[in-house]
Design a protein around this ligand. Structure first.
Ligand code: C2E
Ligand code: MG
Ligand code: MG
Length: 693
């Protein structure tokens, strides 16, 4: 070996050892394999990637690449095909088994080494473990799917607040396209909806916590604002500073609207737009707190419409609804803006007036309301009269809680209901026991009919000149097993409320007619028997049928039956009253107006009604001897009634003077204690047998 040769070998050895070092220390796996799939040489890195303790262990253990290495054995075929066609594979990705059978992702770059004849000598190549990269890619793909498919709109901006990414939901919500937004400065708030301090506070919170959540009003492409639930998060950049901001928003305008509607529905009555029971009570509670602090008082008015049920029954719910709406309007018009006007339900309203230093304030407000109801309501082309009964309770005198005040005002309202000529009643403590009583009575009343506890009493009507009994008014009584004889005032309106009045009324009518026919058969020559009809009965559609049937059953001469009605029954709906009266009239029955003078109607108004008799209310008769004014009123009524062709009956005649005055003023018929109290049928027979006094 000459020097040159020695030097060249040395150099070759040196180069070889350098290559060996690279081979041994490379971070990538390096291999040579046979065409059939056996390893010839591998470096330690490949042993590590495949999970073998040493290159030798790998060569020994992994003898069949196609069968042992690839998770999907077909990948070896792909590899060989690429080699055959190209002589090279690049970035060949595959899943492979490691020694412990775990699966990893690798990427290979390899080439085929051939001899001078072109025969494949071996393959050589490098391997890299890309399992982590694959996982990252998968993660990114997932996130991108989320980004593209979430319902929330997402914007990504860089630290200079330039938009860098927009998802489809954001485009959908706002109407802006990705192209319009990308690379433009962030501008998503609707102008004019936010204080400067709001935006400052958002960024302050971002700076402190890296995150902000809340609601903001954003803008759409078309300029329309919408309320969005938003979150802004800072994403840390690689340098540890904020790299990006992610802004997510969802359009909650609809939800907000629904929430507002639900809140409104929960607090307000949909029909009248007034606060409902719940809100009214709450406002009353607040008013009590203010009043307590300011040492002032409150007036609480409980208002219930008279005859509302009748309007509803006779004209339909639409009319009822319309009436309630107009009533609400009138109440608002009567009250101050600071007063609470609420609808408790049905036809019940509550009014709370602040600064009511004494109960009189409530009473005068109530009076003002009554006056405002004197004009008829225009309902579906008809004129309807409807007046309320109002109970007044005063804070602090009548209660110091909302519950007590409402209950007591209700109690007073009930008292007002009982006596239609006093539409406003102030609460008094004794009403409480009356209410308890009422409950008991109501229960008993439901059973009274079956137990045959009703009885009819009769009160004579006498000729003012001859004092002969010419007629009788039938007046119902309730023979209560414990309470004794209960007068109608104590149970008629209750019977109306609990729906028993028609049954009681029908019984009364039949009983009165039967008794009258019996007296006639016994030879008594009375001209008429009169029966009272309550407003509810009068407005009931079945009334005319009932009257007709009873006329037929009892065979009473229709001209001898007189039906007594109050003005309030007819004023609810004048047109249908005229129709009903006409039908009754056509049957031959006589009609009379009871308690005349206590309602709103005038005689002129009566002219339109086919009635026969006017009964002057006993309140006018009572003061006849003492009050000149009432004398004049009675005279006027008699004169007018005469002129219009009505008969006149004076009720409640108790003294000879009254009888004298009435006779002198040509009042034909008199009724009252002076002649007899109402008595049962047997006693009345006795009166008929007695000669006139
Ligand atoms: P009304 O129809 O005005 O009946 C007259 C009332 O005055 C009766 O009271 C009678 O007892 C009373 N009265 C008669 N003369 C005098 C008198 O000289 N002085 C005084 N202070 N009072 C006198 P009653 O029987 O308690 O009836 C009260 C009201 O109850 C009746 O007033 C009527 O509206 C109603 N009512 C009575 N019976 C019935 C009935 O069967 N059905 C209906 N719906 N209502 C009835
Ligand atoms: Mg009567
Ligand atoms: Mg009367």
């Amino acid at each position: 070996m000459d020097l040159d040769e020695r030097v060249s070998r040395l150099v070759t050895t040196e180069v070889e050892s350098q290559y060996r070092s690279i081979f041994e220390n490379a971070v990538e796996g390096i291999y040579q394999t046979t065409f059939e799939g056996r390893y010839l040489r591998v470096n330690p890195a490949l042993a590590r990637v495949y999970g073998y303790p040493s290159p030798e262990a790998l060569i020994k253990g992994l003898t069949d690449i196609a069968g042992q290495l690839y998770f999907d054995p077909k990948r070896r075929d792909d590899f060989k095909r690429a080699m055959a066609e190209e002589g090279i594979v690049q970035d060949f990705e595959a899943q492979v088994y490691r020694a412990d059978r775990s699966v990893i992702w690798i990427t290979e770059n390899a080439r085929c080494v051939r001899d001078s004849t072109g025969r494949i000598l071996y393959y050589e190549g490098t391997v890299e473990d890309i399992t982590q990269r694959k996982a990252d890619e998968e993660q990114i793909r997932l996130l991108a799917t989320v980004f593209d498919n979430v319902a929330d709109g997402i914007l990504m901006v860089d630290r200079d607040l330039i938009v860098r990414a927009v998802n489809p939901a954001y485009e959908n919500i706002t109407g802006f396209t990705r192209a319009e937004l990308l690379n433009t400065p962030l501008d998503f708030l609707a102008p004019g909806y936010h204080e400067k301090t709001f935006i400052e506070s958002v960024w302050a919170e971002m700076a402190a916590r890296g995150r902000w959540m809340g609601e903001a009003t954003c803008r759409r492409m078309n300029g329309a604002p919408f309320i969005a639930a938003m979150s802004i998060s800072a994403v840390q950049g690689t340098d540890g500073k904020h790299g990006h901001y992610v802004i997510a928003c969802s359009d909650i305008s609809l939800r907000k609207k629904q929430e507002a509607r639900i809140r409104h529905q929960a607090n307000f009555d949909l029909l009248t737009e007034l606060p409902n029971r719940w809100l009214t009570t709450e406002r009353l509670e607040q008013a009590i707190l203010y009043a307590a602090r300011g040492k002032s008082g409150l007036a609480v008015l409980f208002l219930d419409l008279n005859g509302f049920k009748q309007v509803n029954d006779a004209l339909g719910h639409q009319a009822g609804d319309e009436l309630l709406k107009q009533v609400a309007k009138r109440l608002r018009a009567c009250t101050r803006l600071s007063d609470v006007v609420g609808r408790l339900g049905g036809d019940e309203f509550l009014i709370v007036a602040a600064d009511a230093t004494e109960p009189r304030v409530g009473a005068s407000l109530a009076q003002k309301i009554i006056y405002s109801f004197a004009d008829p309501f225009q309902i579906l082309g008809r004129e309807i009269y409807c007046v309320p009964s109002i109970g007044v309770a005063h804070y602090p005198d009548d209660g110091n809680t909302a519950e007590l005040l409402v209950r007591n005002a209700d109690m007073a309202m009930y008292a007002a209901k009982q006596n239609k000529s006093h539409p406003v009643v102030l609460f008094e403590p004794h009403m409480l026991s009356a209410a308890a009583d009422r409950l008991d009575i109501e229960n008993d009343l439901r059973r009274a009919y079956e137990r045959k506890e009703f009885v009819l009493h009769f009160q004579p009507k006498v000729d003012s000149t001859t004092r002969v009994i010419v007629g009788a008014e039938a007046l119902v009584r309730w023979q209560h097993p414990e309470r004794g004889l209960v007068p109608p005032a104590a149970f008629i309106s209750l019977a109306e409320e609990c729906g028993l009045i028609n049954m009681i009324g029908e019984w009364t009518l039949r009983e009165a007619c039967t008794q009258f026919v019996r007296w006639r058969e016994e030879g008594h020559n009375m001209k008429s028997v009169s029966v009272n009809l309550s407003p509810t009965q009068f407005l009931d559609r079945g009334l005319t049928g009932v009257v007709e049937r009873i006329l037929r059953e009892t065979k009473i001469d229709p001209g001898c039956l007189e039906l007594e009605l109050t003005e309030s029954a007819m004023s609810v709906d004048m047109e249908s009253a005229i129709t009903t009266l006409g039908t009754l009239k056509a049957m031959g029955v006589k009609l009379s107006i009871d308690d005349f003078g206590t309602g709103y109607s005038s005689l002129a108004y009566l002219k339109r009604l086919p009635i026969d008799v006017v009964k002057i209310d006993r309140s006018f008769v009572k003061d006849l001897s003492t009050s000149m004014v009432d004398g004049k009123i009675v005279e006027a009524i008699i004169d007018l009634a005469d002129g219009l062709g009505f008969n006149v009956v004076a009720e409640g005649v108790e003294t000879g003077e009254q009888a004298e005055f009435l006779r002198n003023n040509h009042c034909e018929l008199l009724q009252g204690y002076l002649f007899s109290k109402p008595v049962d049928a047997a006693a009345f027979s006795g009166l008929l047998d007695r000669p006139p006094q």
